[in-house]
Design a binder for this molecule. Structure first.
Ligand code: PLP
Length: 404
C-alpha cells in the first residue's frame, strides 16, 4: 500500500484552503497536479542550463540538448517505442492528432473512410471532420451502449477495404471506459487501415506499451501525467511517420533550404520546427521518473480503490445517476442528480473547497447520447483519499438539499 500522506507531501498545491476549506482536487482528468520534483526541474533548467538546443557548439547548448534528448529517451523507454526518433515532441495530445490528421489530408482520397467513436474528445473528432471535408473522405462512428462501451460488432461492420484510418481513445475522459484498443488495432490492420490512439487519459493510469499494442500512432499530454502544460508527444512507427509530410515549416526541421527546393531533416526533427518547450520536455522526463518511482501498478491500485469507494458512496444519494458503468473503467465518475443542473452542483461544492468539472467535458456526442446537458465529473489521482471522497459526498448532499 502507498503511504498517501508521504505522497501528498510531494504536491505543494494540495495543502491549501480554497474558499476557506481544505482543497479537494477531483479534476485530475482535466489536468493533474505537479510534484515538487517537476516544479524544480523547470526552474533548475532556467537557473543552470538554459540555451537553445541543437544549434550552438557552446557548452550550455550541449547540456540543454543532452537533457532534452534524454527526456525523449525516457519517453521511448517508458512507452516501449522501438526507437527514440519515433517520439515527436508536440504541445500535447491535440497537436499530436492534428499533426497526423493534417498529413492525412494529402493521403486520403474521395470515398476513403475514417472511423472514430462516439466516445471521442472533440480533439479526436474535429481534426478528422476537417480532413474529410478537404479530401472527400467519409467519417464513420462506432456506436456505444448504455454502459458507455463501444459496440464491437458494429465496429466490425464499419470496417472495409475503404477504411484508411481508425482513431479512438484508449480511455474515455468523460465516462472512464477503458476501450479494447488492442483488439481494435488488430482488426483495423486486417483491412489495411492505420490506427491512431488518443492516449491522453490512459498514460497517467496504465502501463502503455506501444509495440505490444501495435498501434501506428499514440498521442499523449504531459500535463495529465503530473508534468507541465504545453508539452506532450506523438509516437509513430518509423515507417508510418516517414509517409507523413512535414506539419510546420521553419528552423530545425530542414536539411537544406534554397528558394528552389528544401529538403527535410530526418525523424524526429522533420516534425519539430522552431524552438520547442525545452524546459517542459525535460520536466516531462522528470514526471515519468516520478511516476516510475511510485510504480504504475501501485498508482492503478490506489485509483481503483478510490473508484470503488466513490461509486459506492455517491450511489447512496437518492436520485443520483452515474454515467459510464463499464466493468473496465478508470478512476472517473460522471454523475447527475435528478432535476438538478450539473453546473449548480459544481458551483455549490466549489464553495466547500471541492474542485470537480461540470459540463460536456469536450464530448458533446456523449451528452447527446444520454440526452443530458452535461455531468458533474469527479476524477481521482493516486494522491486523493477516501476522506476527500467523504467530503465530496457530504458537499453533494448539501447542494442537493439547497437545490431541491
Ligand atoms: C485532455 C484530452 C485531450 C486533449 O488533450 P490536450 O492536452 O488538451 O491537448 C484529448 N483526448 C482526451 C481523451 C483527453 O482527455
Amino acid at each position: 500500500m502507498l503511504d498517501i500522506t508521504k505522497i501528498r507531501a510531494n504536491f505543494p498545491i494540495l495543502h491549501q484552503q480554497v474558499n476557506g476549506k481544505p482543497l479537494v482536487y477531483f479534476d485530475n482528468a482535466a489536468t493533474s497536479q505537479k510534484p515538487q520534483l517537476v516544479i524544480d526541474s523547470i526552474s533548475n533548467y532556467y537557473k543552470t542550463i538554459n540555451a537553445n538546443i541543437h544549434r550552438g557548439v557552446h557548452t550550455l547548448s550541449q547540456l540543454a540538448t543532452n537533457a532534452y534528448e534524454e527526456a525523449r529517451k525516457k519517453i521511448q523507454i517508458n512507452f516501449n517505442a522501438k526507437y527514440a526518433h519515433e517520439i515527436i515532441f508536440t504541445r500535447g495530445t491535440t497537436e499530436s492528432i492534428n499533426l497526423i490528421s493534417s498529413g492525412f489530408s494529402q493521403l486520403l482520397n474521395k470515398g476513403d473512410e475514417v472511423i472514430i467513436s462516439y466516445l471521442e474528445h472533440h480533439s479526436n473528432i474535429v481534426p478528422w471532420q476537417l480532413v474529410c471535408e478537404k479530401s472527400g473522405a467519409v467519417l464513420k462512428v462506432i456506436p456505444i451502449n448504455e454502459k458507455g462501451e463501444l459496440l464491437m460488432e458494429a465496429f466490425d461492420k464499419l470496417l472495409s477495404d475503404k477504411t484508411k484510418l481508425v482513431a479512438v481513445n484508449h480511455i474515455s475522459n468523460t465516462l472512464g471506459t477503458i476501450n479494447p484498443v488492442k483488439e481494435i488495432i488488430a482488426k483495423a490492420h486486417q483491412v489495411g487501415a492505420v490506427v491512431l490512439i488518443d492516449g491522453a487519459q490512459a498514460a497517467p493510469h496504465l502501463k502503455v506499451d506501444v509495440q505490444d499494442l501495435d498501434c501506428d500512432f499514440y498521442c499523449v499530454s504531459a500535463h495529465k501525467m503530473y508534468g507541465p502544460t504545453g508539452i506532450g508527444f506523438l509516437y509513430g512507427k518509423e515507417a508510418q511517420l516517414n509517409k507523413i509530410p512535414p506539419y510546420h515549416g521553419g528552423g530545425e526541421m530542414i536539411k537544406t533550404v534554397t528558394f528552389e527546393k528544401t529538403t527535410y531533416a530526418e525523424l524526429p526533427h522533420k516534425f519539430e520546427a522552431g524552438t520547442p518547450n525545452i524546459a517542459g520536455g525535460i520536466a516531462f522526463g522528470t514526471a515519468i521518473d516520478y511516476i516510475n518511482s511510485i510504480g504504475v501498478e501501485n498508482i492503478a491500485q490506489q485509483e481503483r480503490s478510490l473508484l470503488v469507494y466513490g461509486t459506492e458512496k455517491l450511489l447512496e444519494i437518492p436520485g443520483l445517476r452515474i454515467y459510464g458503468t463499464s466493468s473496465k473503467k478508470a478512476s472517473v465518475i460522471s454523475f447527475n442528480i435528478e432535476g438538478i443542473h450539473p453546473y449548480d452542483i459544481g458551483s455549490i461544492i466549489d464553495k466547500l473547497g471541492i474542485a470537480v468539472r461540470t459540463g460536456h467535458h469536450c464530448t458533446q456526442p456523449i451528452m447527446d447520447f444520454y440526452k443530458i446537458p452535461g455531468t458533474v465529473r469527479a476524477s481521482f489521482a493516486f494522491y486523493n483519499t477516501k476522506e476527500e471522497i467523504d467530503a465530496m459526498v457530504l458537499a453533494v448532499k448539501k447542494a442537493k438539499q439547497m437545490l431541491s
